[in-house]
Design a protein around this ligand. Structure first.
Ligand SMILES: *Cc1c(COP(=O)(O)O)cnc(C)c1O
Length: 416
């Protein structure tokens, strides 16, 4: 199963030392459950492989921004990659160090930039000359001199789902390399900003690491040209994007292999490397626990109606994504062909479609695997459904890191 930190004991699925049935008993369903040890192991795989190189690991908050998870990584010494003022607020609430935050994103507002400068955000990855100009003006007003990288668009094909590929000229992200080069040459115009980095993020859920190395070649060549021209480029941010397994047959890049190859390539170049991994830190560390409500036989298949829906886990509807669905209690039984669907009034509301799976019964608990990244963060209140609870497991201990929303939460801030 494409999960780590989860195992079966006498047929029952555990997250580390905690039984998922026991968690569902207390926390109810739907509930996201994360293995803290797996999250830390993944983070440490990056850190260990890069230990010979000056580096920063900025966990990409958008993959999973729950405070309990941010706090876990902050305590471990992680920096953070954010794409909004809200994510910065979350990082600060979780005890993250603003000096070790990089603010990425194509549409930062004036308000967000002012807030980020006030809070002492250490690093900005800028995606247009207009943004750079605004940031320079605001930094000057605030008496700040943050470090800045231009996010370049290397025009390499990440070979991933079109919605999460970001490194082609056709995408809204980054600045064309030749254009970036012209901007770096005019760095003085953007004082007090310190244009000392180059950044690049070509997409997400990438299996073929050659795309990263192709992008790296282009970025290193750019840095060489800029340095020849007298620019003081000291940082290279290669973004996130390493893929994880969703299907048992997926063969994914290994964090340690990828990061140690980067470390070898960058040795002795006088560059600090920043990575912004999100999915590869949390993806396989989480499941969405849900309970079967009804079985509904139809002409060619059976609908398994569960209490989790597209508002809880949007990936199948948004990306046609595959999540393995497994019963929490495993036992001998026939398979059937089923759609696993939620209660939301949309035919796009499914967790699995035409799936060959165990013939599960009403009342049974199921786990949707590899739900740690881009799971809860994409949850909504569609159909006025309160958002799910979240549980963090560390060893034998587990705790609720987010309460299930109440009916009152659903109308907070509203008036008739
Ligand atoms: C989404 C994103 C990441 C993280 O990508 P993963 O595939 O989750 O590792 C990193 N950097 C930037 C700029 C992003 O937009």
């Amino acid at each position: 199963m494409p999960l780590s930190g989860f195992e079966r004991r006498h047929g029952e699925l555990y997250c580390e030392g905690a039984s998922l049935s026991a968690i569902a008993e207390k926390a109810d369903t739907p509930t996201y459950v994360y293995s803290g040890t797996t999250i830390l192991d993944n983070y440490r795989s990056y850190a260990a492989a890069l230990s010979t190189l000056p580096h920063e690991i900025h966990y990409a908050v958008k993959a999973n921004s729950s405070l309990g998870i941010l706090a876990l990584l902050a305590r471990e010494g992680a920096g953070f990659d954010i794409v909004s003022g809200g994510e910065l607020f979350r990082v600060l609430q979780a005890g993250g160090d603003p000096a070790r935050v990089v603010f990425s994103g194509v549409g930062k507002t004036r308000q967000e930039l002012v807030y980020a400068l006030e809070q002492g955000t250490g690093w900005f990855n800028c995606e247009s000359e207009a943004e750079l100009r605004l940031l320079a003006e605001l930094a000057s007003d605030a008496g700040a001199a943050p470090s800045v990288a231009l996010r370049v668009n290397p025009n390499v094909d990440a070979q991933t789902h079109p919605y999460i590929a970001t490194g082609l000229s056709a995408h809204k992200f980054g600045i064309d390399i030749a254009e970036a080069e012209r901007i770096y040459r005019r760095a003085d115009e953007f004082a007090p900003l310190r244009l000392e980095g180059v950044s690049c993020h070509i997409g997400s859920q990438i299996f073929n690491t050659q795309a990263f190395f192709d992008a790296l070649d282009l970025v290193l060549a750019l840095i060489e040209r800029l340095r020849d021209d007298g620019a003081n480029i000291t940082q290279l941010d290669l973004g996130g994007g390493l893929g994880v397994a969703y299907k048992p047959s997926d063969t994914t890049p290994v964090i340690a292999d990828y990061a140690s190859r980067l470390a070898a390539l960058l040795q002795g170049r006088g560059l600090k490397l920043t990575l912004e991994p999100g999915r590869s830190i949390v993806g396989q560390a989480g499941v969405l626990l849900t309970r079967v409500l009804y079985r509904k036989p139809a002409a060619t298949k059976t609908f398994i109606v569960v209490d989790a829906a597209m508002n809880d886990l949007l990936r199948p509807a948004l990306y046609q994504a595959h999540h393995e669905i497994v019963p929490v209690i495993d036992r001998q039984r026939p398979n059937l062909r089923a759609d696993v669907v939620g209660p939301v009034c949309e035919s796009g509301d499914f967790l699995a479609k035409d799936r060959d799976m165990p013939d599960v019964q009403p009342g049974e608990l199921l786990a949707a695997a590899t739900a740690g990244a881009y799971g809860f963060v994409l949850a909504s209140n569609y159909n006025a459904r309160p958002r799910a609870a979240e549980v963090l497991v560390e060893g034998d201990r587990w705790r609720i890191i987010r309460d299930r929303e109440s009916l009152d939460d659903l109308i907070r801030g509203e008036r008739t």
